[in-house]
Design a protein around this ligand. Structure first.
Ligand SMILES: NC(=O)C1=CN([C@@H]2O[C@H](COP(=O)(O)OP(=O)(O)OC[C@H]3O[C@@H](n4cnc5c(N)ncnc54)[C@H](OP(=O)(O)O)[C@@H]3O)[C@@H](O)[C@H]2O)C=CC1
Ligand SMILES: O=C1O[C@H](COP(=O)(O)O)[C@@H](O)[C@H](O)[C@H]1O
Length: 498
């Protein structure tokens, strides 16, 4: 049964700019539906999508009904959710933009006392023009907040320009830079695991840890996303934000408090301690690839899928599309006392064999082996497909005779242990925006520190005559990714004996 909306919830108008896009249809609207079903939205809260689509409210409701509802099964309380939906057409930067602002103003008139959230689920170059337009239309109230999707810009300079433009209209306390990985249950649990348990922290350093692997592997390709992806690539799309955030949470010092500034202060220090990868080092410490035609596993069996350049899209590939990486791997180092000499291997790619996001903390070998075959311990924090934690220990196989060792996992699945649905990251983060809690959002200095480290890698790739290494869809990425670890006698987690 859907839960009745709580009377003490603050009513809000949530304006999703880009409300017909992939992110909105796949993530934001399903998350908002779940929040509504669980009674977490006030009765009067409205969801107002904006796009160039020329849709009326009923067209938009029909679109959401056709595209979002089926993925939710048979959703209870759907009609209540559907009544919250509205659509306003606008072409930001286009000649008809004033008419769009007028339509939005008419819808919002008389509701100035509500929280007003502008969620920018659109390409980053629209952020500045959108905020200016909203201000000129008189729509920015003291109760307004703005949510900026990642990646914020294409490099440090564009990120600074966007931050300046948005910062001229909204105060920093009103700006929520979202990275949905920070809303994932395991990611929040990482801090609990580290700082609410005594046993890990004493060994959480270079004396005990050999290296860390952070992987976000996806089976999906990029059909229909050329307009965005050709300007992004895997490094900007995933590494600059999601993977660096995970690295920060693994590597940061214990904050004095679990509050918005203390946690973010410690994360920034990690970003500032990242050893820059510059010039020819980029060729040694990074790998990039692009998928070609191959096969991918689906529920209906293996299917042949096109390469990146042949993905169906309304825009044709350009010569620059050949340079876009759909796979990126980086060997990073945090230059401080705790982590000296411990590599952090980051890796992400599209059209890989499995959908899997995880952090693997690989411990060192025992200092003195009295049993042959002892493999080092490994802690795996699983973000996807299911969220959980696994500690791989060595155990003796039952039986008399010689001791035979076997690695065995101590596993914790959040869904099984807590017998409850694990909420999607966007549910948590959208509710944080609605209640005004920015702890799990990025501060300006964090985003800019991340770009400062990423920029030299991109500059070297851009200036190089080399193209990304091809890898067939459905395989584990380019050969260079294997070599990145093999050089130091290491292997990626899934290549190691399980
Ligand atoms: N897709 C995903 O899984 C994720 C995406 N993101 C981020 O979210 C943002 C959006 O991504 P995604 O949804 O994939 O992109 P899409 O291209 O699918 O959607 C973009 C949306 O913005 C609207 N839009 C674009 N330009 C204008 C304009 N000038 N005026 C009015 N509306 C405009 C589009 O509508 P129309 O064309 O009708 O105008 C559409 O609704 C990006 O910054 C991306 O990095 C973040 C995490 C995950
Ligand atoms: O931000 C993004 O994330 C998704 C992957 O998110 P996940 O929660 O499914 O791991 C990725 O597909 C997309 O390219 C990127 O923009």
């Amino acid at each position: 049964m859907p839960v009745e909306p709580s009377a003490d919830r603050q009513a809000a108008d949530l304006i999703i700019f880009g409300g017909t896009g992939d992110l909105s249809m796949r993530k934001l609207l399903p998350a908002l539906y779940h929040c509504d079903r669980d009674g977490r939205l006030a009765d009067e809260t409205r969801i107002i999508a904006m796009s160039r689509g020329g849709l009326g409210d009923s067209d938009f409701r029909g679109k959401v009904d056709a595209e979002v509802r089926p993925a939710l099964g048979d959703p209870e309380g759907w009609d209540r959710f559907a009544r919250r939906l509205h659509h306003v057409s606008i072409d930001i930067g286009g000649p008809a933009a004033p008419a769009g602002w007028d339509a939005l103003a008419a819808l919002l008139a008389g509701h100035e006392d509500r929280d007003r959230i502008f969620y920018l689920a659109s390409p980053p170059m629209t952020f500045g023009p959108f905020c200016h337009g909203a201000q000129e239309a008189g729509l920015v109230t003291p109760r307004s907040r703005v949510v900026l999707e990642k990646p914020l810009g294409r490099d440090l300079a564009s990120a600074q320009a966007i931050n300046d433009e948005v910062g001229a209209i909204f105060e920093e306390r009103q700006i929520f830079r979202i990275d949905h990985y920070l809303g994932k249950e395991t990611v929040q649990n990482l801090l609990v695991l580290r700082f609410a348990n005594a046993f890990l922290e004493p060994i959480w350093n270079s004396l005990w840890i050999d290296h860390v692997q952070i992987t976000a592997s996806e089976t999906v390709g990029t059909p229909g996303r050329r307009g965005y992806y050709d300007h992004a690539g895997a490094l900007r799309d995933m590494v600059q934000n999601h993977l660096l955030n995970l690295l920060c949470l693994v590597a940061m010092e214990p904050p004095a408090h679990n509050d918005r500034e203390a946690v973010r202060d410690e994360k920034v220090k990690v970003l500032q301690a990242l050893r820059p990868i510059v010039g020819s080092e980029v060729d040694r410490f990074t790998v990039r690839g692009q998928y070609t035609e191959g096969t991918t596993a689906t529920a209906a069996g293996d299917v042949t899928v096109p390469g990146y350049l042949d993905e169906p899209d309304s825009t044709r590939p350009t010569p620059a599309s050949q340079r876009v990486e759909t796979f990126a791997a980086v060997r990073a180092e945090v230059k401080n006392w705790r982590w000296a000499g411990v590599p952090f291997y980051l890796r992400t790619g599209k059209r890989l064999p499995t959908r899997r996001s995880e952090i693997v903390v690989q411990f060192k070998e025992v200092p003195h082996a009295i049993f042959p075959g002892a493999a080092p311990n490994r802690l795996v924090l699983r973000l996807q497909p299911s969220e959980g934690i696994e500690l791989c220990l060595m155990a003796k196989e039952p039986g008399a005779g010689d001791v035979t060792l076997r690695p065995v996992p101590l596993s914790l699945s959040f869904a099984e242990t807590f017998q409850s649905r694990v909420p999607d990251a966007y549910e948590r983060l959208l509710m944080d925006v609605l209640s005004g809690n920015p702890t799990l959002f990025m501060r300006r200095d964090e985003v800019e520190a991340a770009w400062r480290w990423i920029d030299p890698i991109i500059a070297h790739w851009d200036g190089s005559a080399m193209l990304p290494e091809p890898y067939p869809a459905g395989t584990a990425g380019p050969a260079g990714a294997h070599e990145l670890l093999a050089r130091s006698d290491r292997t990626w987690h899934e290549e190691a004996p399980q």
